[in-house]
Write a protein that binds this ligand. Structure first.
Ligand SMILES: [Zn+2]
Length: 205
């Protein structure tokens, strides 16, 4: 794996946070191995902040939280376990393979636990779920699990696609009118593929 660059921004191109999370294991299917973008708990905090799940102030409090290092590592490992279960289910749905039971069980566990972490209160007008524990080190895990549940149990899941580039295969939500989006990003993968086809045409002429 390449050493990670802490200042680099995440490319949130999927149009959905659960799918952006899956894409944090970059080049997932590359023969020489993938690139892990979530190397540290701090990477995870940057991701949830960029995804808009926590505010800058909440992130600052989590950074300052006196949690032991072991706890941060545990949360990061659980986020990756959640991510890999989401990935397994997502790619299986795309290729119409049977879902693997252990991955579905993992998702069930995380979805249940995330829901149990919410508190029922009111917003002044009606009952509402809230997240009073945003200062807990595990907050990113529960917020991401909730994003996973929201996506995969909704009609949006029918618009799940993956990038047509074999080396990329990033997941995304196809919101194009005719459901014809093929690339995670036209500028990145679309152009690379077009250039390759052009080269191939030149070579065959
Ligand atoms: Zn791509």
């Amino acid at each position: 794996m390449k050493p990670h660059k802490p200042v680099k921004e995440f490319q949130l191109l999927a149009g959905n946070t659960a799918l952006d999370l899956v894409n944090t294991l970059d080049n997932r299917f590359r023969e020489s191995g993938p690139d892990e973008l979530l190397v540290s708990y701090d990477d995870l905090l940057r991701f949830v902040q960029q995804a808009g799940l926590l505010t800058a102030e909440q992130i600052r409090r989590l950074r300052r939280a006196a949690g032991v290092e072991a706890e941060r590592r545990r949360v990061l490992e659980q986020v990756k376990e959640l991510r890999e279960a989401l990935a397994g289910v997502g790619y299986a749905l795309l290729t119409e393979e049977e879902l693997r039971k252990h991955e579905v069980h993992l998702l069930q566990k995380y979805f249940h636990r995330a829901n149990a972490a919410r508190l029922l209160g009111d917003d002044g007008r009606r009952l509402a779920w809230s997240w009073p524990k945003r200062e807990e080190l595990s907050a990113p895990l529960w917020l991401l699990a909730q994003e996973g549940e929201k996506f995969f149990l909704s009609e949006q899941a029918e618009r799940l696609r993956c990038c047509a580039s074999d080396t990329c295969r990033w997941l995304f939500l196809d919101t194009s009118k005719n459901h014809t989006r093929r690339w995670c990003d036209m500028k990145i993968c679309g152009n690379r593929m077009k250039a390759r086809r052009y080269q191939a045409r030149l070579a065959s002429d």
